[in-house]
Design a protein around this ligand. Structure first.
Ligand code: GLU
Length: 445
């Protein structure tokens, strides 16, 4: 069977850590099965949905390296939803109800007080034509409820295994509000049917929608797709995500300088039986992916862990992988420079700072002027290579009798202006003799 999945964000905000997992799971599954991924913009809420957010979503997915085969917008499809509504009405599956929010709340309270589940009592089904006319002439417009069949709904969830829901325990869901606007439930099903969606992969927060939606597929004469509901995110200590963490947008992570591959590796491996590790490519993630590896427990999202993973990814990246980005940053000198600095980077843009350390101008820090002067005089002529530093340091040690930290720290501070950094044996040939002499003499170079 050919696979078609969809990622269906609402363009009412930017993508955040939570919904990027849904996007990735859908994308990886489609890739693995040679299937198609659709981007569906759930923009039925005309007030809160904007083109800017839609564009932001496309930008975020593209930055992560996820491509989609087709895009649809729900706001283009109201006529299709209206037609489905008519079919459901004609089939007796959609009925008008007139209770206000307050009345419904009161009913709920009474039911709970009697120890009964707060399920809608279908009072609206008992209204006669005359009752309805009376309500409507008094200015009440109905909302519309989908009449569930009272039976067990069963599906074999791709992640959670076999699920049983007794539809008698559910309220008939409202599909159309009194003002004529749609709740998410119906448009989603109509689209899934029309667009030939074979697998609906989404967060566990939607599990309660699935039984009513399966009945909707059937009421509209369609075979329901397969469903998979993935675990949701919690914070580093297993707590609910703080507002700050929930708001962690992909845009924010990008602006912080994190690698798309680190974000994708992290999002794809937390909450699974795979170890959280940097993967060399998205394709590698695809190969490893399986719904069977997804844990039922919540996935721990810890931005510090993501940052550490980003650093580990950079430390192992070959020069070819970063050459274009380095060029964009005006960082030159190729592979030698990259291999010298990569293990000192938290984010790629740190390479720019090391480039400025190498090429200057830099104000050296002189802590032992006598030592630095002698060291400058002992610098060998160029050409220099990886062995220059060791030979030079041995000469300085012999000439001054200074060794260990007392030797290396003043030289590092003079040459780089910093206490820590990449190995000096790799940096020294990149700094070059002229700049090294000047810096050892305390001059900006
Ligand atoms: N727009 C819905 C959401 O973002 C889509 C849910 C679904 O995948 O069915 O939660």
């Amino acid at each position: 069977m050919s696979v078609t999945v969809r990622f269906a964000p609402s363009p009412t905000g930017r993508l955040h850590a939570g919904n990027i997992r849904t996007a990735l799971l859908n994308w990886m599954f489609a890739q693995q099965r040679g299937g198609r991924l659709l981007l569906r913009l759930d923009d039925t809420d005309r007030e809160r949905s904007t083109n800017e957010f839609a564009e932001g979503i496309r930008e975020d997915l593209t930055w992560l390296g996820l491509a989609w085969d087709r895009e649809v917008k729900q706001s283009d499809r109201f006529a299709v939803y209206d037609a489905a509504v008519e079919r459901l009405k004609a089939g007796g599956r959609l009925y008008p109800a007139y209770e206000t929010q307050d009345e419904l709340e009161l009913k709920r309270k009474r039911q709970l007080a009697r120890g009964r589940p707060p399920v809608y009592d279908r009072a609206a089904l008992k209204l006669t034509d005359a009752d309805r006319e009376k309500l409507e002439s008094a200015g009440q417009t109905p909302h519309w409820r989908f009449k569930l069949e009272t039976r067990d709904v069963v599906w074999n969830d791709l992640i959670r295994g076999e699920q049983h829901v007794d539809a008698a325990s559910l309220s008939d869901p409202v599909l159309v509000r009194a003002d004529g606007t749609y709740l998410y439930t119906l448009p989603s099903v109509v689209d899934d049917i029309d667009l030939g969606i074979t697998h609906v992969v989404r967060g566990e927060d939607h599990v309660a929608n699935t039984a009513p939606q399966i009945q909707l597929f059937e009421a509209l004469g369609a075979e329901p797709p397969a469903f998979g509901h993935h675990n949701l995110l919690v914070g580093a200590e297993g707590q609910a995500l703080s507002k700050r963490e929930r708001a962690l947008s992909i845009q924010g992570l990008r602006e912080e300088g994190l690698e798309p591959l680190a974000v994708a590796s992290y999002a794809a491996t937390i909450g699974t039986s795979d170890t959280v590790a940097p993967h060399p490519s998205l394709q590698e993630l695809v190969v490893r992916f399986s719904f069977g590896k997804m844990s039922r427990a919540p996935a721990r999202f810890d931005v510090e862990e993501l940052r550490a993973l980003n650093a580990r990814l950079l430390h192992a990246l070959p020069f070819e992988a970063v050459a274009p980005a380095l060029r964009d940053m005006d960082v030159g000198d190729g592979e030698k420079f990259w291999l010298a600095v990569r293990s000192n980077l938290a984010v790629l843009s740190d390479a720019g700072a090391w480039w400025r350390v190498v090429k200057g101008p830099l104000q050296p820090v002189i802590t032992d002027a006598a030592l630095c002067d002698q060291a400058a005089a002992l610098l060998p002529p160029e050409p220099w290579d990886d062995s220059t530093w060791e030979r030079w340091a041995a000469d300085v040690k012999q000439a001054t009798g200074i060794k260990g930290k007392a030797l290396f720290q003043p030289l590092r501070l003079a040459l780089t202006g910093r206490e820590h950094g990449p190995e000096l044996k790799l940096l020294l040939p990149l700094i070059g003799r002229a700049r090294a002499v000047a810096r050892l003499e305390g001059k900006t170079a």
